[in-house]
Design a protein around this ligand. Structure first.
Ligand code: COA
Length: 652
């Protein structure tokens, strides 16, 4: 095996290069190489300063997460960083790509940090259920102050190079060649300037009111997750204890968290998100090019998909049935772009470019040059088939045609096209420019390169792609329908909507199923139930409480009432009328209501998710249990730190 760490020396400056693809993670061999580099450069009288840089796409992106399941092997990272910081010759970290976790901690052990403008820096351990374990919680507050350090460590978000410069986290941003600039810095400023190692510095005490408020906000956001709270504890230690003692405490906390089931769950999801989108049949298959996208429908979903594509730099034509609908759809898109600009996510040039990439039409002929068309019209088989028949006539014969249906039979839709191999499902989640999940649905006749194009689009849009076979609801909606049915059963058995919602929130969902239905509107599912009534098995338990609400015109928030009443409380208040309907429904069926505890409620919900998940696996709809977890976590609010229903099944 080639050495992942190499050293070369020129003009008194040693360059230590880490080359450990894909992301230069700090494996044992890298740590070993770095420790040797310190020894070698310390022993070499010709070396006056050391530049640390990385080959490939990024600076060190962190500890090697794959090693976390094994016993720690020497040399340990804190010791290696200690060696770098204690070296008699200044080390200069040259950052590009992402300097994350242990990577940023190594950079903090260096005397100076330079970064290219596109570099991003962060301590994302909290997202894996951890805190930095190699001095990050002790050194960072000494460099940028405790409030900024707490924000970075408990929030786990990356900061840009500009932000890092303003925080004092990097000393300089380098516009030109990074290696050259670092070498020049090493020969000049690094030798002329004396700065104290971070461990030797004091940490400023923050304003106590603001500090308390910041901690309270973080604790509230954590919603049951342990690692942000541990980050607070570590920062408190950094403020209260001498640096070496705070460091020892940080290590202790890190090891406790590493064995915490929450961290196992978060590491599971991290890798699941990266493996769920890989399909064996697509190995080596080249996607078709997709520079120009057509989107049919300018409603919330269509406009969201258009915005997602524009934000990713693609050219998009929106097609609507008439001028009024088109201008309403275009306005939705323009509003989203304007918001992104206002929030600083895109600059004025990018905004203008995206607006220039966007056009609208009411005639299918405008889709004649599109490479990929996504249909997002009303959920009705006849309407969809009509759209695909028109698309068949209007588009290039090799254009990829996608439907955004959330439960209709895509194989049947595909039959409206002469060549059904160019049809697939791209099931976006609303709002499509924000939600990360994309179910890529593969009907039996889809061509491999068409499917590969779906995955390539997902990557371009920054989405997490999960392949799904055709069935009613694919992976996510099918599981949601199953557990929603179970929640309806629980209403008849003895629970109230607020009991179920409270149990779900307590479990870690942002919102309960009934509050969510009120948000989405109860009418769509009502229409679907009416359509399905004829085919429903006669012996199937059927709960008509939601139908009764709909018959009263209670469609949720948009009508001021649904499961909850919104007339006096915008968050929704429990409603005696709903309770009356529920208790009467139980009585009518002769069910004696028995109150359900939060544990019982969640036991039934998770149990149904798991059993439906097993059916989905057995039918080949999902290709792995991980895929199901990724869908539930990224599309349905399942708490990430619990790893997903299938992960939980494996832990029982
Ligand atoms: N340890 C081990 N493997 C890692 C890793 C890490 N810290 N970070 C990334 N990888 C692997 C991924 O699993 C993936 O492997 P695969 O190609 O076999 O699927 C590969 O590196 C590329 O990662 P990916 O996320 O697909 O690339 P990207 O360019 O989209 O993102 C990062 C790169 C570094 C931003 C992203 O991978 C990331 O956030 N990594 C985690 C960083 C982290 O949490 N560090 C602290 C660890 S305590």
């Amino acid at each position: 095996m080639t050495q992942p760490v190499t050293i070369s020396t020129q003009d008194g400056i040693a360059t230590v290069t880490i080359d450990n693809p894909p992301v230069n993670a700090l494996s044992q061999a890298v740590r070993q190489g770095l420790a040797q580099a310190v020894q070698q450069t310390e022993a070499d009288a010709d070396v006056r300063a050391v530049v640390l840089l990385c080959a490939g796409r990024t600076f060190i992106a962190g500890a090697d997460v794959r090693e976390f399941g094994q016993a720690p092997q020497e040399p340990h990272l804190p010791d290696v960083i200690d060696m770098i910081e204690g070296a008699s010759k200044p080390w200069i970290a040259a950052l590009h790509g992402t300097a994350l976790g242990g990577g940023l901690e190594v950079a903090l052990g260096c005397r100076f940090r330079l970064a290219v403008p596109s570099a991003r820096l962060g301590l994302p351990e909290v997202n894996l259920g951890l805190i930095p374990g190699a001095g990050g919680t002790v050194r960072l507050p000494r460099l940028v102050g405790a409030p900024a350090a707490l924000e970075m460590i408990a929030g786990g978000k990356m900061v840009s190079a500009d932000k890092a410069l303003s925080l004092g986290l990097v000393d300089r941003i380098v516009a030109g060649d990074l290696t050259q600039a670092a070498l020049e810095f090493a020969k000049g400023e690094a030798l002329e300037t004396t700065v104290e190692p971070l461990m030797a510095r004091d940490v400023a005490q923050p304003d106590s009111n603001a500090w308390e408020a910041q901690k309270a906000a973080i604790a509230k956001r954590a919603r049951g997750q342990n690692s942000p709270l541990a980050a607070i504890t570590a920062l408190e230690n950094a403020l209260a204890l001498p640096a070496d003692q705070a460091l020892a405490k940080e290590r202790e906390l890190f090891f406790q968290l590493k064995d915490d089931p929450q961290s196992l769950a978060l590491r599971h999801i991290f890798f699941a998100e990266r493996s769920a989108g890989k399909m064996l049949r697509l190995k080596g298959v080249k996607p078709r090019p997709f520079d120009e996208i057509g989107v049919i429908g300018g409603g919330t979903m269509g406009a969201g998909i258009v915005a997602a594509c524009l934000l990713a730099g693609l050219r998009v034509v929106m097609l609507e049935r008439d001028d009024d609908s088109l201008s309403a759809g275009q306005e939705r898109v323009q509003n989203t772009l304007a918001q992104s600009h206002k929030r600083g996510l895109i600059d004025a040039d990018a905004l203008a470019r995206m607006q220039g990439n966007f056009s609208g039409a009411t005639d299918y002929a405008a889709l004649g040059t599109a490479d990929l068309v996504i249909e997002a019209v009303f959920e009705d088989m006849a309407v969809k088939k009509d759209v695909f028949t028109r698309l068949d006539a209007a588009t290039k014969p090799d254009a990829v045609l996608a439907t955004n249906t959330s439960y209709l039979d895509i194989a049947e839709i595909a039959e409206a096209v002469a060549d059904p191999s160019r049809v697939l499902g791209l099931h976006f989640f609303s709002p499509a420019y924000i939600m990360k999940l994309l179910e890529i649905v593969h009907p039996p006749k889809v061509a491999d390169d068409v499917l590969a194009t779906g995955f390539a689009l997902a990557k371009r849009l920054g989405k997490i792609a999960v392949p799904a076979g055709v069935c009613d609801g694919f992976i996510g909606n099918r599981i949601m329908s199953a557990y929603r049915r179970e929640c309806d059963y629980m209403l008849e058995d003895g629970a109230l909507p607020q009991d179920v919602d409270a149990a779900m929130r307590n479990f870690g969902f942002a919102m309960g199923i009934f509050a969510m239905q009120d948000m989405a509107g109860l009418d769509i599912a009502w229409a679907m139930r009416k359509r399905q009534a004829a085919t429903r098995p006669a012996d199937m338990r059927y709960v008509d409480i939601p139908d009764q609400l709909c018959e009263l015109g209670r469609f949720g928030r948009k009508t001021g009432a649904g499961w909850y009443d919104y007339s006096s409380d915008p968050k929704g208040a429990p409603d005696a009328l709903v309770e009356g309907i529920i208790t009467k429904a139980s009585a009518d069926k002769g069910i004696t209501r028995v109150p359900l505890s939060a544990d019982e409620i969640m036991g039934r919900i998770i149990g149904v998710m798991q059993s439906e998940g097993r059916k989905i696996l057995a039918e080949g709809i999902a290709q792995s249990p991980e895929a199901i977890d990724v869908v539930m976590v990224n599309g349905y609010g399942f708490p990430r730190w619990r790893g997903g229903p299938m992960f939980m099944a494996g832990m029982e």
